[in-house]
Design a protein around this ligand. Structure first.
Ligand code: HEM
Ligand code: HEM
Length: 449
């Protein structure tokens, strides 16, 4: 059996940072109900814990989780070992150093204060180098392949890595190390071109790669349509790249850019539904098999979340809808459905699918994995309900010209609920970390239930 050390190391990385990231999420949410608590400790102030939480879920938990899947899938699909496990391990070490230094910098107050691009220049360079190393390993593996057919998962992995290396460098304006920014409105445009591509050209293609691999495997059914998979792939690349400006509809950016962003946000229905039809037809009549496999269960739920978040997103790009939903917790609700419900669930599904195959034994505890599944499902559904309600209260108050402080007492109870629900999600992350560590290192190999 090949060693798959890189996939294992990325799996552990993901499980570890998931636990840390949710802890920071709890701190941030706690601050919003009790701002005076710990108020004098700078590094746990909301202005620092928020970007730490967000960067950790993106670059600590979800991306490494999906990359673990990629480092398993690509060699499998190419029927050849990974080009270099040593390079892969160097990659994982560098990745962790990059994330840790980014977090240390943010907690010490070093931030570029641009959403999703808060990390300062040296950390940015670390991320770009990491993606270049991943690209070398993946492409060299493909060059040595024994399998002539490039299954669609391989297309998605390559696209995600290449596109992110480019858009990350662009969005973080790495040729301008002092500020990591352009001046004026062009900065907002380039930031949101990049910001949306973190979801659209990193998390989404990697998640779709995992789903396209896991669902046919778990159901033991060939993919419903190779043609549809390619249509969805090119649709995603062509349309997703143009929609970043839907984050700036209420900002004085050129109107033509807004029109493109709105039209293409609606156009996103095509690649999204093409993918979902393909996957759901593949799974048709096989829900029993999916339910029986914990990896399949996570991934399939991720596809349902993808449906909800994308349809919701297309609606949110309509200016009339956004007049109510912008600048409030509705968007934060959408963000958690997307990054946790869709990409996070899919990453965990990928992990639970590959882990037994990496170690050659069942996962340590199927019961704990199931528990984690339910805690996250209840957590993300609860977040969506609570944050959507808060968003509607805030959005309507805003439209009515109400001052912000007057609605704070009204939303307080929902913020308390968010912390309570957050405890479920954080617990699930701790349980997941325990299960992954036991599976990798201390696994007797007999305990299926
Ligand atoms: C068809 C697909 C999608 C469309 C059209 C869409 C649309 C939107 C829009 C219009 C906003 C901005 C809302 C505002 O500021 O008023 C937004 C925000 C956001 N979306 Fe989506 N979305 C889609 C899918 C996704 C997916 C799949 C993810 C995650 C993987 C995601 C993650 C986010 C996040 C994290 C934000 C918050 C950005 C911020 O911090 O302001 N979206 N989306
Ligand atoms: C313990 C569980 C969690 C809690 C308590 C929590 C709490 C929070 C809080 C308080 C914010 C800031 C919202 C604001 O600025 O008003 C936030 C933002 C965010 N969280 Fe979480 N979170 C949790 C888990 C997660 C997980 C697991 C993910 C993804 C895998 C995630 C993804 C995000 C994203 C993408 C944002 C940025 C949203 C935006 O700017 O629109 N969170 N979270």
């Amino acid at each position: 059996m090949e060693s798959y050390r890189t996939a294992k190391a990325f799996a552990l990385t993901s499980a570890f940072w998931f636990a840390v990231a949710t802890t920071f999420g709890l701190l941030a949410a706690g601050y919003l109900i009790a701002p005076d608590f710990l108020a004098n400790i700078g590094w746990v102030h909301f202005g620092r814990t928020r970007p730490i939480h967000v960067n950790l879920v993106l670059f600590g938990f979800v991306t490494p989780g999906l990359l673990a899947g990629a480092f398993y899938m690509v060699p499998k699909l190419m029927r050849t070992p990974l080009y270099s496990e040593t390079l892969g391990l160097i990659n994982v070490v560098l990745w962790n150093l990059t994330v840790a230094s980014g977090i240390a910098g943010l907690s010490a107050g070093y931030s570029q204060a641009r959403e999703y691009a808060e990390w300062i220049w040296p950390v940015d360079m670390g991320i770009v180098v990491n993606f270049v190393l991943i690209f070398i390993n993946v492409v060299m593996t493909i060059r040595r392949r024994q399998e002539p057919l490039l299954f669609v998962s391989v297309w998605y992995v390559c696209a995600a890595v290449v596109m992110t290396a480019c858009t990350y460098a662009l969005g973080n304006v790495i040729w301008n190390p002092d500020t990591g920014a352009l001046a004026g409105i062009s900065d907002a445009i380039i930031l949101w071109f990049y910001g949306h591509n973190i979801f659209g050209l990193l998390l989404t293609p990697l998640s779709l790669a995992v789903a396209y691999y896991v669902i046919p495997k778990v159901t033991r059914t060939p993919l419903y349509s190779h043609t549809l998979s390619l249509l969805g792939f090119w649709g995603l690349l062509v349309v997703y790249t143009h929609i970043g400006t839907h984050h700036l509809l209420q900002v004085p950016v050129p109107t033509w850019l807004k029109v493109i962003a709105i039209v293409d946000s609606i156009g996103m229905v095509i690649p999204v539904m093409v993918f979902l039809i393909n996957i759901w037809y593949t799974a048709k009549g096989k829900l029993g098999e999916i339910h029986a496999d914990i990896g399949g269960k996570f991934v399939f739920t991720g596809t349902i979340m993808y449906f909800f978040v994308s349809i919701q997103g297309s609606m949110m790009a309509l200016p009339q809808v956004q007049r109510v939903t912008h600048f409030n917790n509705w968007v934060v609700g959408h963000a958690h459905v997307g990054v946790l419900g869709f990409a996070g669930m899919t990453a965990l599904g990928g992990l639970y699918y590959i882990l037994p195959r990496l170690v050659g034994r069942p996962i340590y505890s199927r019961f704990l994995a199931d528990l984690q599944y339910w805690l996250i499902l209840i957590g993300v559904s609860g977040f969506t309900i609570v944050l959507t309600i808060v968003g509607l209260i805030q959005g309507n108050a805003w439209l009515n010209g109400e001052t912000v402080y007057r609605i704070l007492p009204e939303v307080h109870i929902y913020y308390v609920l968010r912390v309570a629900i957050g405890v479920l999600i954080a617990s699930s992350a701790y349980i997941g970390l325990y299960n992954v560590v036991r599976t990798l290192f201390f696994n007797p190999g007999v305990r299926e239930k």
